[in-house]
Design a protein around this ligand. Structure first.
Ligand code: PLP
Length: 396
């Protein structure tokens, strides 16, 4: 089957929810992808920050292969060792409380939203409210969607869940005003990813923490994109002055296997009781084994230092390019803001043809999320490809 055949079948049989780029990838290794014609690409998107330990990381592949050959699924009605070992590892590496496993990021956020609402009801709040920033992205199920103001505004998908409020991005005063006696939680991304990589200022995070403490609301940080080493620490909040009550994780956690997790402090971990939440697939041994292998690689000071160093190399390389007006982000979660008149989607398509995979979350922004294991010389090659594409763009 060639690409034209695939496109015809996709048009006929898949729902038209995605605009796919005209490439069929058939193999991956580390930071490199190969298409069906044998062409090589540098993958600086890593499956939208999923393949953080590189494509087909041998340790993750071996762990999955071994576990899949032994036991794939039992349900949450029984015990398996990978589930409890992973929960212990996630808890002790972060907030010290309990973990609920899910199969995706949006589901991890559903759990956090349930905790927030139940916690609020226990404080006598009848109509609890969850506060998020404009342009935050928290997922596609109705809870996550209702906390994603830009998408929740789509009238064709309404009605959204009640009890969600959005405030201007990175605005500590708006936050202080919005959080009050009916607030269940502040649910925010420490660095907005889908919006185009916009870090929150420490001042705003501190305002959120203080407002939550004063009102009794929970501070929930969505670390689905920022977590698992992406910013140069295991969790992005570690590089900020705040400690949240709940974090959510997914994406890179499974190294390519679908898994999400909602992780709490000791107190927030007491909120949900039997019957309050569940999932057939979640906490399955294959996904949990993959996540343990990922954490063995990522939860390592040397690797995390490398993320910060490689991030600085990529940032400096991009900043030196004609046509790049700013670089936003932290560690290896970076975005290049483009000079006026450069169309990020068109540039991204050209980069793909030149063998560099990135994406354009905004018309003026390219987002770069390479594997955390990317080689310095691959960073230099990616910057050189971007330079050539920008030069040819300018010459048009
Ligand atoms: N939250 C954030 C910050 C995300 O970046 C994403 C996905 O991009 C999600 C939630 C939703 O995750 P998923 O697509 O796994 O449901």
């Amino acid at each position: 089957m060639n690409l034209t055949d695939l496109q015809a079948l996709e048009q006929r049989y898949l729902m038209h929810t995605y605009k796919r780029a005209p490439v069929e990838f058939v193999r991956g290794e580390g930071t490199v992808l190969w298409d069906a014609e044998g062409r090589e690409y540098l993958d600086f998107l890593a499956g939208i920050s999923v393949c953080s330990v590189g494509h087909c990381n041998p340790e993750v592949v071996e762990a999955v292969r071994e576990q899949a050959g032994r036991l794939m699924h039992t349900s949450n009605l029984f015990y398996t060792e990978p589930m409890v070992r992973l929960a212990e590892r996630l808890s002790t590496s972060s907030l010290g409380g309990r973990v609920f496993f899910a199969n995706s990021g949006t589901e991890a956020n559903e759990c956090a939203i349930k905790i927030a609402r139940k916690h609020a009801h226990s404080r006598g709040i009848e109509a609890p409210e969850i506060v998020s920033f404009a342009n935050d992205f928290h997922g596609r199920t109705y809870g996550g969607l209702s906390a994603t103001p830009a998408l929740a505004a789509n009238p064709d998908l309404g009605p959204m869940l009640p009890g969600f409020r959005s405030i201007p991005f990175d605005d500590p005063d708006a936050l202080r005003k919005a959080v009050g006696s009916s607030t269940a939680a502040v649910l925010i991304e420490p660095i907005q990813g889908e919006a185009g990589v916009y870090p929150l200022r420490d001042e705003t995070l501190l305002a959120a923490r203080e407002a939550c403490d004063a009102s009794g609301a929970l501070l929930i940080l969505d670390e689905i994109q920022t977590g698992i080493g992406r910013t140069g620490s295991l969790w992005a909040y570690e590089q900020t002055p705040v400690r949240p009550d709940v974090i959510t994780s997914a994406k890179a956690l499974g190294g390519g296997m679908p898994i999400g997790a909602c992780i709490t402090t000791s107190a927030a971990g007491e909120v949900l009781k039997p019957g309050d939440h569940g999932s057939t697939f979640a906490a399955g041994p294959v996904a949990c084994t993959a996540a343990l292998a990922v954490l063995d690689i990522v939860d390592d000071p040397a690797l995390l230092r490398g993320v910060r160093e490689r991030g600085a190399r990529l940032r400096n390389g991009l900043l030196g390019l004609e046509g790049v007006s700013e670089v936003r982000g932290r560690g290896l979660m970076l975005a290049a803001g483009l000079a006026d008149g450069i169309d990020a989607a068109a540039l991204g398509a050209d980069l793909l043809e030149r063998g560099l995979v990135v994406n354009a979350p905004r018309p003026d922004t390219l987002r770069l999320l390479p594997p955390l294991t990317v080689d310095p010389d691959q960073i230099d090659r990616a910057v050189a490809i971007a330079e050539a594409a920008l030069l040819s763009y300018a010459a048009q």
